[in-house]
Design a protein around this ligand. Sequence first.
Ligand code: G3H
Length: 214
Amino acid sequence: MFVLVNLKTYPCDPVAVAEAVRDVNESTAARVAVAPQAAHLERVAETGAETWAQHVDPIDYGSNTGHTLAESVAEAGAVGTLVNHSEQRLKLADVDGAVRAAERAGLETVVCANNPAQIGAAAALGPDAVAVEPPELIGTGTPVSQADPDIVEDAVEAAQAVDTDVSVLCGAGISTGEDAVAAGDLGAEGVLLASGVAKADDPTAALEDLVEPL
Ligand SMILES: O=C[C@H](O)COP(=O)(O)O
């Protein structure tokens, strides 16, 4: 199972969390990665943790002030990127453009979406994976895999109807190993989570608990 820890803009120490991700990744069959803010990518990647960007823009080199270029995050050490996170929504054409930009830079992609219908549309754009996240559960500590299992199963069905090569992750409120196992039982191949680790008093212990049954 893929466990992707998004640090958002939480006031945690990104290097300390990345070191925990690196160490936990070595002790589990799960694949564990971390997505820090763009400004922290290089320092996080230097820890040896698998490092993802939180966003890239649908742009190429040129006059794009304030945008995030896929090649630059790859150069900073990212191996993948989220696209269209609920907190960084894009128009459909821009989701497509961001996925193409990420591919151009050799980045793996996870396109986020709110519901199964959007998951089908996202899967049609050919990312490596999609992640279904009901916005109302994000940051609540109420796990989508237990509070709304139908949305996960329907998202898996919607993605597979479009492209069986696209993996499905789920996110929102995931914080324990039990939540992640429930996600796997519903057909998800991974989980996308944030507050359960980034806001934990002891991120290493939180991660160890999360991967323990995986
Ligand atoms: O990117 C992560 C998701 O938005 C889930 O956030 P959360 O684990 O704090 O609910």
